[in-house]
Design a protein around this ligand. Structure first.
Ligand code: PLP
Length: 387
């Protein structure tokens, strides 16, 4: 008899967005005239920018001609895009070689696949509250998970500690769901800790484009020592609205090795076995993001979301509600007022002002008592919610 991967039986139901949808559906059926204001979505609402659309269209036309047609793409990414992304790092003063960049179909795919590089016996440290995929991917792999709780007291950016040592360490900055960011000093402590313990940090930089503060690194490779202990996973989903178009990239330094094995070599071997590359058309579209024009256009879209954040933060300030995020991240993470738990606060907002957000409990038990607003929705909804 085939034995299934029984670790799936250990996964908790991912009921968060299902439960939200059920509650909203019920409320709307009972109150058909009320407009629901959506501040819960993690998806972008603005379309792809002009440069990307032009580049995608040009690439489609190339695929229509025998002389310009492209078949399979190199498994680790088209050279033009690997160079473009490495240049993006180098322009910011971070030394990354072209062959340290791997093009992916997005951060989610990569966060799951990258675990192939690690032994099943490795433990994984996850700072909670956390993006749920970190826990689930390790449950599926049958790994021991060590949870490190964070709270408003440490700004949701805890320091490493010896009681929470692990082989794989997840750090997400800017963070989903808390919107918190690790400063250079904070991140340096984690890099030193990882090097001292011979751990590997999986640095999720999906929201780096939202950083505006000086002392907040966009990449973990801005930190001395990171090239011997970190892998960075990034995505164009939120940077450039690629949630439905799908493109990301991963940086694996050639200097990262454990037990005589180089992770960069292992990942080349993995990719050449498990993928046939990302579509030429999408990679061409992605390359346009890194042009001067593309950068200008995506920044305009990000500024739109940031304006939504300002509108919401102003109201929270007026009500003296404690929160993190909003500045360097598209999420605002607030403490539920009056000691309400996160689902009680959800119900209250829906009933009283028809605002839908995301209960913090969905991001792990240390998210209980907190609530997440996303700023990816429309200006109309942000204004109406603030009013
Ligand atoms: N990492 C974090 C922290 C996210 O919030 C998300 C998406 O919401 C992802 C990764 C996945 O991004 P992608 O669309 O590239 O799969």
């Amino acid at each position: 008899m085939t034995k299934p991967n029984m670790n799936y039986a250990s996964l908790k139901d991912s009921y968060l967005f299902f439960r939200i949808a059920q509650k909203v559906k019920k409320y709307s059926a009972e109150h058909p005239d009320e407009k629901i204001l959506r501040l819960g979505i993690g998806d972008v609402s603005l379309p792809l920018c002009e440069s990307v659309i032009k580049s995608l269209n040009d690439a489609v036309s190339e695929q229509a001609e025998k002389s310009t047609f492209h078949g399979y793409m190199p498994e680790c990414g088209a050279p033009f895009l690997r160079t473009t992304i490495a240049e993006y790092y180098r322009k910011r003063g971070v030394r990354v070689d072209d062959d340290e960049v791997f093009v992916s179909s997005g951060a989610s795919d990569e966060l799951g696949d990258i675990l192939d590089l690690f032994d099943k016996e490795n433990s994984a440290l996850i700072i909670e509250p956390a993006y749920p995929a970190y826990v689930d991917a390790n449950v599926i792999a049958g790994r021991k998970i060590i949870l490190l709780s964070s709270s408003m007291n440490n700004g949701f950016t805890p320091d490493p500690d010896e009681n929470h040592a692990a082989d794989i360490i997840y750090i997400c900055s800017p963070n989903n769901p808390t919107g918190a960011v690790f400063t250079k000093e904070k991140l340096k402590k984690w890099v030193d800790f990882a090097n001292a313990h011979q751990s590997v940090i999986l640095f999720d930089a999906a929201y780096e484009a939202f950083i505006e503060s000086e002392n907040v690194p966009h990449s973990i490779f801005e930190i001395d020592g990171a090239k011997t202990c970190a892998i960075e996973i990034c995505s164009l989903s939120k940077t450039a609205g690629f949630t439905g178009t799908r493109l990301g990239y991963t940086v694996i330094p050639k200097t990262l090795e454990r037990n005589g094995m180089r992770f960069n070599d292992m990942w080349i071997r993995n990719r050449t076995t498990k993928t046939n590359g990302v579509s030429y058309i999408i990679q061409k579209g992605g390359a346009a993001v890194f042009t001067d024009e593309g950068q200008k256009e995506i920044k305009e879209n990000i500024a739109y979301y940031k304006e939504n954040a300002k509108i919401l933060m102003k109201v929270l300030d007026e009500f003296d509600i404690e929160y993190t995020g909003g500045k360097n991240a598209p999420y605002i993470w607030l403490k539920c007022p009056n000691g309400l738990n996160s689902w009680e606060f959800f119900d209250l907002l829906l009933k009283e002002i028809q605002v839908v957000g995301t209960p913090g409990e969905g991001f792990g038990s240390s998210g209980e008592g907190y609530f997440r607003f996303s700023t990816f929705g429309s200006r109309e909804d942000a204004n109406a919610a603030a009013f």
